[in-house]
Design a protein around this ligand. Structure first.
Ligand code: BTN
Length: 243
């Protein structure tokens, strides 16, 4: 049973979930009409006007410190699930910009922000925040600093938020248990086929350092493998720009 908690207005569904993680049950979802302080990755703001999806899914797998590595593929898993939903229910082909930005038509359509809460030796919970542009006007899209698109524009129909959320949750939990056992390996092949950066020259900012190179592949840990002049390196996190 998935418990859904709705807010007409909230600062950030992720922040609410983190603050209340103790009381929130495994598989609860916080979603809101409007976020006043929607958070993106790397301290950025997530533009959050109404008629779009802002949701945080709380997950509480029983993992201890030595098993936390299993979380590495979570962001990739969530991104793959979003691409499946776009294709299966709206017939829209989307691609993934490593690690977890979802793009359609070369423009961003959805973003994922995963935060974990650790208590002592154990994981208290994972907050999986998703923001999806469902019903944006061309006017509103201009307010976003990077090139973005929206599902209504691509599909030509108004998108029902609650229906989209249902599709996401259904698709997410179809393979969730399998994913917890197998990790990134479960989706590695599909993820790589969906990648919009493999084989391309990219600029990656990772932990404050800048890397320029060819994106060779995504390894078994979900890391991006780059060929930078004479060296091959693998990065865990980063912000990618196509060159
Ligand atoms: C990104 O691509 O930068 C990640 C964006 C994540 C946005 C979602 S909206 C719901 C949840 N609550 C937040 O404050 N952020 C995430």
């Amino acid at each position: 049973m998935i418990k859904k908690i709705y807010f007409s207005k909230i600062e950030s569904t992720n922040d609410y979930a983190i603050k209340n993680i103790e009381e929130l049950a495994d598989r609860s979802v916080i979603f809101a009409e409007i976020q006043t302080k929607g958070k993106g990755r790397n301290g950025r703001l997530w533009y959050s006007e109404k008629n779009n999806l802002f949701a945080s899914l709380i997950l509480k797998p029983q993992l201890c410190f030595d098993e936390l590595y299993k979380l590495t593929g979570f962001v990739h898993y969530a991104a793959v699930i979003l691409t499946r939903v776009f294709k299966k229910h709206y017939n829209i082909k989307t691609l993934i910009k490593w690690p977890n930005d979802v793009f359609a038509d070369g423009k961003k359509i959805a973003g994922i922000l995963i935060e974990t809460v650790i208590r002592g030796e154990c994981l208290q919970g994972i907050v999986l925040g998703i923001g999806v542009n469902l019903n944006m006007s061309e006017e509103s899209l201009k307010k976003i600093d990077k090139s973005a698109t929206s599902l209504n524009i691509l599909s030509g129909i108004e998108i029902k938020r609650d229906e989209f959320l249902e599709h996401f949750l259904e698709e997410f939990f179809l393979q969730y248990n399998k994913f917890l056992k197998q990790g990134f390996t479960l989706i590695k092949k599909e993820y790589s086929l969906l990648s919009m950066i493999l084989g391309k020259k990219v600029n990656v900012i990772s932990s404050g350092k800048k890397y320029i190179g060819d994106a060779l592949n995504i390894d078994e840990k979900g890391r991006i493998v780059l060929k930078c002049s004479d060296k091959v390196i693998a990065l865990n996190i980063g912000d990618v720009t196509l060159l």
